[in-house]
Design a protein around this ligand. Structure first.
Ligand SMILES: *Cc1c(COP(=O)(O)O)cnc(C)c1O
Length: 460
């Protein structure tokens, strides 16, 4: 076999043209599916049998590779944008955003530096500044789109600890033997994960009877641990229940000790775009950093988290990588997104949201988010009316947690398996305080009241 010409896969030949056409045709069809199939996972040995052997010395060709993806691999992935996908936090990218994701890939933009990606960075910043304004942060606030909320939380906490260290240095104070982050016992698992990576302790303050972290609990914990705590995390919509902490109360406690306030709004902060929900988020404007995931409730494709700092210069100091080959970048005053989080090379992952926002305008976003909140309330009322079903708590955002009386964990699991098997919905059992429960997380505007009622009916 003669070895292939080096430029073969980059050349504009009939072959590469067909490849691009076939891929874009498939992408176009998938983006415009009338009925997205829910699909389901396959066992490893079944996939081995059906899909092994695609990596060969000479290649199997685009046609066969796409067919393999369309007919075997894709159906073995659950569609997170299916209207009946109600577990975890679903995704529901707008058509505009997912189409533009293809453009981002086709454009080979380096999104890490202004020098290389100025236009893309500018557009991403337009979105970040709009979000910052919505959250009540000052015009000088700024940030970066990172991979997800986990990296967003970690990056913000690393900045917070760096700021605390710097303050100790400036004041001639020693650092504590162990640093700690303070959060509610209901905070997302990524906070504990970030703390483990940073080798810092987690101090949990008990939420009130309403499930929200309040200022008094934070104040009590800070009275005991103020020297060790470098940041307090308030959650703007817990993943389990959609509970928004008393952010204003928490902020007052952190300001009294001059401690960094981070708001984890990965799922819920999007609800602040809805006028009636704004009061629930009072205090966000006092945050030193916030995150919200566009791949959750801002209708963008995976994966994107908007990380915003009140004072971006503090993030630059904590995160800028220094290397000789980067000197031209780090020596310039340009806005380089790479320098604001744990990352270097980065995809311009904020562009799909930028394009969709520019296309539809902000009112469309407010209305689509409001749909989820409204639907959650309506189905919660229906659950409340039904014998045999009961709410675990009233929904605040778009998460509804409820129980089917008389069912044990195995009953929930068998029901959930059947629902997926019949391709009607994806609702996995969850648990609360040791009790098995069901949970609807509603994001998609294509999720209907009728579909949710049908799922309730199937609970017998
Ligand atoms: C989803 C979520 C995270 C983690 O975000 P990823 O994008 O999945 O990494 C963090 N905090 C909260 C409150 C979340 O809902």
């Amino acid at each position: 076999m003669t070895s292939p010409a080096p430029e073969q896969m980059h050349a504009i030949s009939d072959e590469t043209r067909h490849t691009v056409d076939d891929v874009l045709d498939y992408a176009r069809r998938r983006a415009l599916y009338k009925d997205v199939p829910l699909d389901k996972p396959m066992r490893p040995n079944d996939l081995s049998r059906l899909a092994s052997g695609s990596i060969t010395e000479e290649g199997i060709g685009a046609r066969r590779a796409i067919a393999l993806f369309e007919n075997v691999l894709a159906p073995a992935c659950i569609s997170t944008d299916h209207p009946g996908y109600l577990s975890f936090i679903p995704s529901a990218p707008s058509k505009a955003s997912l189409a533009f994701d293809v453009v981002v890939s086709a454009s080979a933009i380096y999104g890490g530096s202004w020098m290389e990606g100025a236009g893309a960075v500018f557009a991403e910043n337009e979105v970040l500044h709009w979000l910052a304004r919505e959250f009540g942060l000052p015009a000088s606030a700024g940030g970066v789109f990172v991979q997800g909320g986990t990296i967003g939380n970690l990056s913000a906490l690393v900045t917070a600890r760096d700021a605390a260290r710097q303050r100790n240095r400036d004041a001639g104070r020693p650092d504590p033997a162990r640093w700690a982050v303070l959060c509610s016992a209901e905070a997302h698992s990524s906070i504990a994960s970030a703390a483990a990576v940073m080798d810092v302790d987690v101090i949990t303050a008990p939420p009130g009877a309403d499930g929200r972290l309040h200022g008094d609990a934070v104040a009590r914990a800070l009275d005991e641990h103020a020297d060790a705590v470098f940041a307090v995390v308030a959650t703007g919509g817990t993943t389990n229940f959609g509970i928004v902490d008393d952010i204003a109360g928490v902020a007052a406690a952190t300001k009294a000790h001059d401690i960094w306030l981070h708001v984890d709004g990965a799922y819920g902060l999007a609800a602040m775009l809805v006028e009636e929900l704004r009061p629930a988020f009072a205090g966000v404007e006092l945050a030193d950093s916030v995150i919200v995931d566009p791949h959750k409730w801002l209708f963008a494709p995976f994966d994107a988290c908007a990380l915003i700092y009140r004072e971006p210069s503090l993030a630059l100091r904590a995160h800028t990588q220094k290397a000789e080959y980067l000197d031209t970048l780090t020596d310039s005053p340009d806005w380089n997104p790479s320098d604001l989080a744990i990352q270097l090379t980065r995809r311009s992952r904020g562009l799909p949201l930028w394009f969709s926002l520019a296309t539809h305008g902000t009112e469309q976003y407010r209305a689509t988010i409001a749909h989820g909140i409204d639907l959650a309330r309506r189905i919660a009322d229906e659950i409340d009316r039904r014998d045999g079903l009961s709410l675990v708590r009233d929904p605040q955002l778009s998460v509804v947690v409820f129980r089917r009386e008389g069912w044990a964990a195995a009953d929930y699991q068998a029901w959930s398996d059947r629902l997926l098997e019949e391709q009607r919905g994806f609702v996995v059992p969850s648990s609360h305080a040791g009790e098995p429960v069901l949970r609807f997380a509603i994001i998609s505007p294509l999720t209907t009241y009728e579909l949710l009622v049908e799922i309730l009916d199937s609970l017998g």
